[in-house]
Design a protein around this ligand. Structure first.
Ligand SMILES: NC(=O)c1ccc[n+]([C@@H]2O[C@H](COP(=O)([O-])OP(=O)(O)OC[C@H]3O[C@@H](n4cnc5c(N)ncnc54)[C@H](OP(=O)(O)O)[C@@H]3O)[C@@H](O)[C@H]2O)c1
Length: 384
């Protein structure tokens, strides 16, 4: 199916941010859509739009000042568009954005990692469905890819018993990240409580998962890394999708030795003692450590180690995805998901998580075409 994008306009909240700008660039490359880049600075939005118009024909991009905390701004902006793509660090305004999207009769996709965002949207789910809107949440790489990758791996088995997803992010944090993004990221550590599914049930690891770490081999460039569990909402329903599964979860490798061993303990203690006051200073400290002590080679790898049974025999596979640029590794899965939405194949009323909604084979093919390296290894026979 071809995407129906002519004469349709998407608004990207955070459209001149690191991820938002790449989403815009890829949408211009892959579709005929018109775009509005939005954020709190009209000047930055207009400048970024002009830059994109110089790269792509048709003058399809414009810039607009929209503050996600301001319902009247959202109302005005949503009148002009068919879809809102939320790439801004505005998880705390999810209710305002979702309410105005429903009122304007437009569909929605967000990419933020925020444990508080999902329950707000889930409480609005009957309204979203009732109004016939298609809302896609938890899109991107994490959240976004892990559940899709487990579903992709599942087709190699008659009986999937273990599917553990892990990731390493060795990014060049020297890029400028807005303060709003730093603080939103830091807020997540306040109630950080990972869950892992082991021996057929969800368990709460002690000490924030420090003693449930997993050694994962991320290949020649990144080596064997110690990963700690992290909760992703999309993983919660994996045992329902694969009732025979005994172990699943999402694990993440540390940033660098300085942040992991010196800054993180300070961050966790400070956030416990001063949950509100500490966010800004420890957020800045953490990003300073990430910038200063991270070094090349840069890149992101996410992999699933899956095992189970196929035609009565034990089977083990590994699916791994890689891109050199962490922001493209975030934007590409979103575009691959939107291509399925745009041709109508996954567009349906309700609230959906990207990892559950997408058709995983096509997702992998589109991601590969857009630059993500996809490798499937049969570990049973050790052949590729
Ligand atoms: N799913 C994934 O795999 C994944 C991966 C990476 C990042 N993310 C998420 O993506 C979001 C953006 O990350 P990023 O690294 O691209 O951040 P970034 O480069 O700092 O960009 C954030 C953008 O949001 C805008 N923004 C902030 N507050 C706003 C408000 N109140 N109203 C409107 N716009 C606002 C910023 O512009 P102004 O400050 O000028 O308004 C900026 O354009 C974050 O929530 C992050 O958690 C998800």
């Amino acid at each position: 199916m071809e995407p129906h994008t002519k004469n349709r306009t998407f608004l990207i909240l955070g459209g001149y941010g690191n991820t938002g700008f790449l989403l815009a660039r890829l949408l211009l490359q892959e579709t005929d859509l018109k775009l509005i880049l939005a954020g709190r600075s009209r000047e930055k939005a207009v400048q970024a739009a002009a830059h994109l118009n110089s790269l792509f024909k048709g003058n399809r991009v414009s810039g607009l000042k929209v503050d996600a905390s301001d319902s009247s701004d959202l109302k005005q902006a949503f009148k002009k568009v068919d879809f809102v793509l939320v790439a801004s660090s505005t998880a705390k305004y999810v209710k305002e954005v979702a309410t105005e999207a429903i009122a304007a009769g437009i569909d929605y996709l967000d990419i933020q990692y925020s444990e508080k965002k999902v329950p707000v949207l889930q409480a609005m789910a009957p309204k979203i469905k009732g109004s016939g809107r298609c809302f896609i949440t938890e899109a991107g790489f994490h959240p976004g890819l892990p559940a899709a990758m487990v579903r992709y791996s599942g087709q190699y088995f008659d009986r999937l018993e273990r599917a553990v997803v892990s990731t390493v992010i060795d990014a060049d944090w020297g890029l400028s990240v807005s303060d709003a993004t730093i603080y939103e990221f830091t807020e997540e550590f306040k109630d950080y409580q990972p869950f892992v599914f082991k021996r057929g049930q969800w368990q709460k690891p002690k000490m924030g998962g420090m003693f449930d770490s997993l050694k994962v081999d991320f290949g020649a460039e990144f080596g064997r890394r110690s990963c700690v569990p992290m909760t992703l909402e999309e993983m919660r329903s994996i045992p329902e999708i694969f009732p025979q599964i005994k172990e699943t979860g999402f694990y993440i490798a540390g940033f660098n030795w300085f942040v992991d061993w010196l800054i993180f303990p300070i961050v966790m203690v400070a956030l416990k003692l001063w949950p509100n006051k500490a966010v800004k200073p420890v957020g800045k400290l953490m990003f300073w450590g990430m910038k200063t002590f991270s070094s090349p080679p840069y890149g992101v790898v996410t992999k699933v180690e899956a095992s189970g049974e196929k035609v009565g025999k034990a089977k083990e596979i590994e699916v791994s995805l890689y891109h050199q640029d962490g922001y493209l590794f975030t934007a590409i899965p979103v575009i691959a998901c939107l291509l399925q939405y745009l041709d109508g194949s996954i567009k349906k009323p309700g609230l959906w998580m990207m990892g559950h909604l997408v058709e995983p084979n096509r997702l992998m093919k589109d991601m590969e075409r857009l630059g993500i390296r996809v490798q499937v290894k049969d570990k049973t026979s050790q052949s590729t």
